[in-house]
Design a protein around this ligand. Structure first.
Ligand SMILES: *Cc1c(COP(=O)(O)O)cnc(C)c1O
Length: 223
């Protein structure tokens, strides 16, 4: 399998009608393939390896919006802090504190999504509901985080054929999103719900997602 521009255009049109942002997940894909999508007007790309992201940032046009979608190690934040557009997978307070610190060093405010653990897969990351609430409460204290803005939530459903289970998990995340969505402060500006990948993005969109992260359906299987 390889890059499928027609598929990309179909998905993009379908999502645009629903006001859903498409993040093209370009991890392990070539700079040349990313440029083909870029020439088609695409600007939002997602990566989940820091070194690879930095290397692609250096090689590619500077108006690309780079989304960091993977598990981010605290000691690597400094490499992406100068340019990252949105960090999807913030899964600990320690990480948020570090992003805040590195953003300050770069005179930036970095947009982040808090990752919530919604699935049955033990190997996934994210806050549980109580942890989410605790962090949201802290973040709503004026001046607590000056250089990060919590833009919403991100989650991954179970890796299963059971579409009902996937739907239940996404709906649950949407409920949390709506619940916390009332909070707007200097450091909280809830508007983005990132859920849905190649296999389950339509379920996610129907459950309330407004940002999907799609890789293999567009680029073909990863090399
Ligand atoms: C790889 C990845 C995706 C894209 O997966 P596909 O199944 O190729 O669409 C989405 N989100 C995260 C967090 C990923 O790591």
């Amino acid at each position: 399998m390889k890059l499928n521009i027609r598929k990309y255009q179909q998905i993009q049109q379908q999502l645009r009608e629903k006001n859903v942002t498409l993040v093209a997940v370009s991890k392990m894909q070539s700079v040349a393939d990313i440029m083909v999508l870029y020439e088609n007007g695409h600007r939002d790309f997602g990566e989940n390896y820091v070194q690879e992201l930095v290397s692609k940032f250096e090689q590619l046009p500077k108006d690309i919006r780079w989304h960091y979608i993977g598990h981010l190690q605290t000691n690597k934040v400094k490499y992406i802090a100068p340019f990252v557009h949105l960090v999807h997978g913030v899964d600990s307070e320690k990480l948020l504190i570090e992003i805040n610190k590195q953003a300050a060093r770069n005179n930036r405010v970095i947009d982040c999504l808090l990752q919530v653990f919604i699935s049955k897969d033990e190997n996934k990351f994210g806050f549980d509901e109580a942890e989410l609430k605790t962090l949201m409460d802290k973040a709503s204290i004026p001046g607590h985080f000056r250089n990060v803005r919590i833009k919403g939530l991100m989650g991954m459903a179970s890796n299963t054929e059971d579409n009902d289970l996937i739907e239940t998990e996404f709906k649950h995340l949407n409920e949390l999103f709506v619940q916390h969505g009332a909070s707007h402060t200097e450091s909280i500006d809830f508007e983005t719900l990132s859920m849905g990948m190649s296999a389950d993005y339509m379920i996610a969109v129907n459950a309330g997602s407004n940002m999907v992260r799609i890789g293999s359906l567009i680029f073909g299987s990863r090399r």
